[in-house]
Design a protein around this ligand. Sequence first.
Ligand code: MAN
Length: 604
Amino acid sequence: MRSPSAVILLLAGASAAWAKSSSGDHHWTPEVALRGVDPAKKTLYTAAEASDTFKCLDGSKSILFASVNDDYCDCPDGTDEPGTSACANGVFHCKNERHVGADIPSSRVNDGICDPECCDGSDEYLGIVKCPNTCMEVGAAHRKEVEAQRVLLAESEKIAKGYAEYAAQQSASRGGEIAKLERKLRDLNARVDELKELKKAAEDFAEREKGRGGAADCCPKIETCKALIEQHTEIVDKLDNRLEFLKEAAQQFENFAEESISEDDAAKKAFDLYSEYKALEEPDVEVTDPDAEDSEGDTCCAKLDSCRASLSRKRDEFSRGKERLNQLVAAYAALEAIRPEIGSADSAVKSVNRKYADYLQIFNKEEIAALPNAAEIDDEKSTNQPTEEECKDPLTKITRCLPGKAVESAKSLWSKVVTQVKKVTEGEDNTALAHDAGKAAAKLSKVESEISDVQGQLDEKKKLRDTDFGPAGVWEKIFKDCVSLDTSEYTYEVCLLDRASQKQKNGGHGPSLGSFQKWGRRDGKETAADKYKYMMYDHGERCWNGPERSVQVQVECGRETKLLSVVEMSKCEYDAKMTSPAACELAKKSAHSSSGKENVKDEL
Ligand code: MAN
């Protein structure tokens, strides 16, 4: 720093030198007028030469061209004396060839000090001191520095590009993950509804069990029920046997000659009855009966209910079998009235007739037994009979509807139950749950805790999706990474886009400086272009007699994510500076501003 008196002395010296030279060796020439002029403004001065008039660059005044750099200050803006120290506000430009040009206050011209900004020494042209031209070395060092900066910037931008790619991948996969979790949640919620119903069914069941005398009433009936099933099975098997026998030749009805059907009423009637029989035939659906084996731990009443359900299905099987047998027998019997000339001409008719004769011989004498009465295992005390509407839900009402109830569509209903149970519960035994409120409640709470777990994961993903991670989402890669800085008294820590704190250096716990609130400045005066250069952390621990602590972090492009400085600008309001490759993305697209949401992908 020059002292004012030294400057005055030096200025006095310089003016004296100029005065001496103006009147001595250094005469004014047009070239002298261009001394200290920035090449960018050169034409403004050369143009003046032609008209012999120079207009001060602020337009305030016109003077003779010969007055430019005549060591007398004419222009209020000092532009007439760029090459002398005559104007206090003049600017001298050193060309600094082989380096970069620089402006210095023209008061420093010929002040006897070599200005470091003027490596070419041109500011001391009167030779009061001899300033060597160091521009070659200074320029080389500068170029080296610029090149190093360029390499560093390129590296930092490459890292930032990687961050942006990471964000794009995260964003793309997050969409699918969110959809998957939402689906899972829907399924689990449906399962909860189902388990609530099962639990309710189990409670109802327990209630009914109480009402009907409980185990004391149910246990003795189980054996009776099992015996009844055996008797039923025997009868149904016999029925099936007859049906199978007749079915062996039934195909022949379809081979009747056209003429037989058109010319003989008996053949036609037999054929029509057979067609009706065909309509009754059901495809054989293999249904495993889950009640066949009692589950361990089931109560007597649960076992009895299962047994009743099996019995009910047997009875239903019997009535449908019997209907089919009667229909088929009627078709065969109709052929007995066929006209002999047709019957003996049609081989299909003949073989049907033969089969029927055999059937009569083998089975007709034996009556198909009626099914034994199952009333003794009926649940007379049972109240709260389900409505038909309730019974349409095969899964949850299974224990209340099927036992003892000969529902016409029992078989298809049952197969629906089996499929649903398999699909929804993945092997879980809903029937068991519907009989045990404790088990159902335990399962319910397990699924409910699974729901809260999945909900947590979903909320987390959605929060990330909705977080503003800056241009192209670059900050996501280092989200919540923490950087710290030691000052003489404190260690400051900033966890990116999360929270900031100040700790005593001696290890003591320090106050929170707040949590991340927004991109932008404390005073809200950021522009759209520099919004992502500032992070605001606020609502930290309140200062005694002051505001809540807060920190504004200014970020610049740099190779490392690093906290450079933290200053307490006013009480409990801190200003920090940091570098990060994430800020380089912004440098590249400072014109852009992005919300950082899922659509930033398009910007990459
Ligand atoms: C602590 C630190 C300081 C702050 C004072 C205010 O010492 O957080 O930075 O100025 O509290 O009382």
